[in-house]
Design a protein around this ligand. Structure first.
Ligand SMILES: NC(=O)c1ccc[n+]([C@@H]2O[C@H](COP(=O)([O-])OP(=O)(O)OC[C@H]3O[C@@H](n4cnc5c(N)ncnc54)[C@H](OP(=O)(O)O)[C@@H]3O)[C@@H](O)[C@H]2O)c1
Length: 334
């Protein structure tokens, strides 16, 4: 079991970056954690909505991340009906736990009928946290998020439980996901935050915009998900792509009808300019995202090492202001 560095004087407080990695890292809020600006999202490892997942490939993807300077891993109690992503992460990290910064989320689970349940009651959050440490075979995670506010529980109560999890040494820092500005303010009044996790992508920029005031005034990092919109913005799904009926992406409006056609129109423009630049659409989209105000870290799910490696190279891509402005203008006309 890996112990909490705050409780163990012999361990470094956080993995120290190599000079090459350092330029692609940010300090997470007011913490002493320096995380890569790309984090590996562990949701695909759960195999719930992603097709063709194997634990072996997921483990190889975690190793590829570490080997390419990605040190930030985003898992959750609900990433798998029985904690599959935590188990994969534990097996992948083993001797490399000290190289990884693990963020976890509690407050969402699957019931016996495999229905998604939000439960932000303090007792459940504490229980979820205790269980995730066992699954990960560690006695702390670096960051613990409330996954999403529970409409039946005052957010102050859930925040108090996340603060308690930190006080017990099970997590070094607190964070929250899927909140609006008012909820973030109420949460942080009870429990100081190092990160907020909203969605952000070329089509959906509103959540980050709305949270900017608290992020700036309290120095809270924004760690954004759905940057590739579940693979759509990698540009690899062509206009005539035939989805497997089991592919749950079909349930998202952007993968249907007119919205799909408009997204493909945008992608055609991105495909053309990325081939001129000699990069991929995914790299261009990630690089563009990293220029956006308020976006500190992008979380990227990946099913295989090649996807992660391709995405990681976006850290080296510098788009000119003219190109980012052009990309902005294409969104406005969408
Ligand atoms: N806080 C929350 O409520 C919340 C919600 C959602 C997500 N998250 C976090 O954010 C992470 C990212 O979201 P996500 O995993 O749902 O979606 P995502 O990162 O938008 O998309 C991941 C999918 O895109 C495809 N892909 C990834 N890299 C690619 C590449 N270089 N080229 C081509 N395709 C590529 C893969 O699917 P295919 O190969 O099948 O195309 C992969 O499974 C999650 O893993 C999770 O950690 C948090």
């Amino acid at each position: 079991m890996t112990s909490n560095p705050q409780l163990s004087a012999s361990k470094a407080t956080s993995p120290s970056p190599s000079p090459i990695q350092a330029k692609h890292q940010v300090q997470l809020g007011n913490s002493d954690l320096f995380v890569s600006r790309i984090g590996l999202g562990c949701w695909p490892m759960a195999g719930i909505t992603s097709l063709g997942i194997s634990d072996q490939e997921s483990i190889a993807t975690v190793h590829a991340a570490l080997d390419h300077g990605i040190n930030f891993f985003d898992t959750a109690y609900a990433y798998g009906y029985d904690g599959r992503s935590d188990h994969v992460l534990r097996n992948a990290l083993q001797s490399r736990r000290g190289d990884a910064i693990i963020a976890h989320k509690v407050g969402l689970h699957w019931d016996a009928q495999r229905q998604r349940c939000v439960d932000g009651t303090p007792a459940t959050l504490i229980k979820n946290a205790q269980e995730c440490l066992k699954r990960l075979d560690t006695d702390y995670v670096d960051v613990m998020y409330l996954h999403t506010p529970d409409p039946n529980v005052p957010i102050e109560d859930s925040a108090g439980a996340i603060a308690e999890i930190c006080k017990r040494g099970w997590a070094r820092y607190a964070a929250v996901s899927n909140v609006d500005l008012e909820q973030a303010i109420r949460f942080s009044a009870i429990c100081p935050l190092v990160a907020i996790q909203p969605y952000f992508n070329m089509f959906q920029q509103d959540a980050v915009q709305a949270l900017l005031p608290i992020a700036k005034s309290q120095n809270i990092s924004m760690v954004c998900y759905w940057v590739l919109m579940k693979g759509l913005l990698s540009g690899k799904l062509q206009r005539d792509h035939v989805f497997d009926p089991a592919d749950r992406r079909l349930t998202y409006p952007i993968f249907q009808g007119q919205a799909w056609q408009r997204a493909q129109d945008l992608l055609d423009r991105l495909r053309s300019i990325s081939s001129e630049l000699g990069c991929t659409v995914a790299q261009m989209v990630i690089a563009w995202t990293l220029t956006k105000s308020g976006v500190d870290v992008v979380l990227l799910g990946a099913k295989r090492p090649e996807q992660l490696i391709e995405s990681a190279h976006a850290l080296e891509l510098q788009l000119t202001p003219e190109i980012t402005a052009q990309m902005d203008s294409w969104i406005e006309v969408e």
